[in-house]
Design a protein around this ligand. Sequence first.
Ligand SMILES: C[S@@+](CC[C@H](N)C(=O)[O-])C[C@H]1O[C@@H](n2cnc3c(N)ncnc32)[C@H](O)[C@@H]1O
Length: 208
Amino acid sequence: MPKNRWSDPDHALGYLGRADKIPHRGEGEAMLVSLLPARTDRVLDLGCGDGRLLALVKAARPEARGVALDSSPTMLGAARSRFAGDESVEVLDHDLDQALGDLGTFDAVVSSFAIHHLDDARKRSLAGEVKGLLRRGGAFLNLEHVASPSESLHHQFLAALSIDPQDDDPSNRLAPVELQLSWLRDLGYNDVDCLWKWREMALLAAVA
Ligand SMILES: C[S@@+](CC[C@H](N)C(=O)[O-])C[C@H]1O[C@@H](n2cnc3c(N)ncnc32)[C@H](O)[C@@H]1O
């Protein structure tokens, strides 16, 4: 099983240092924000990192209360400093390999570039747990790192991000878009689609 490197502070800080330079991510984030339900009083961010996505969500829905989950001490520290003094956001230490448990009901569950660190069985069961936490009509919006259909396309993606194939993140467990959409449909979500994509970055959207 590939090693999850996110508990290593150097790995987490290395990502945060280049997060703004990932090409096209702003387009995917903007699309995700545009799909938030008009009424978003409560939102959950899975694998929140330093809270970047939740901050974008809150800029669009300032009234929303947020719960942000991550398991990396470095990321939890960064998210807690970002939201310091903001009582509308709760940052919780949670390993997504473990069941989400009873976190209450949400209007939207969002995630960016995090769930691909779980194995496929857990990705699928997590999507089922998310459905159980969403109100009817609530949205699951997952901006995700997905598998390329070929080795050549994968290498082109790495090249576009200036990543040497030898430095490919061993924590990644990439799954194809179509497979992930089929899980969401099988779980009973509505309006399941990939609503934005650039190479291995895809917005998987579904309504509970
Ligand atoms: C590529 S970063 C993305 C962070 C943030 N969502 C963003 O878009 O900038 C991946 C995040 O997933 C988190 N992560 C990886 N495996 C995890 C797990 N098993 N449980 C909780 N968080 C995890 C990492 O700690 C890291 O914050």
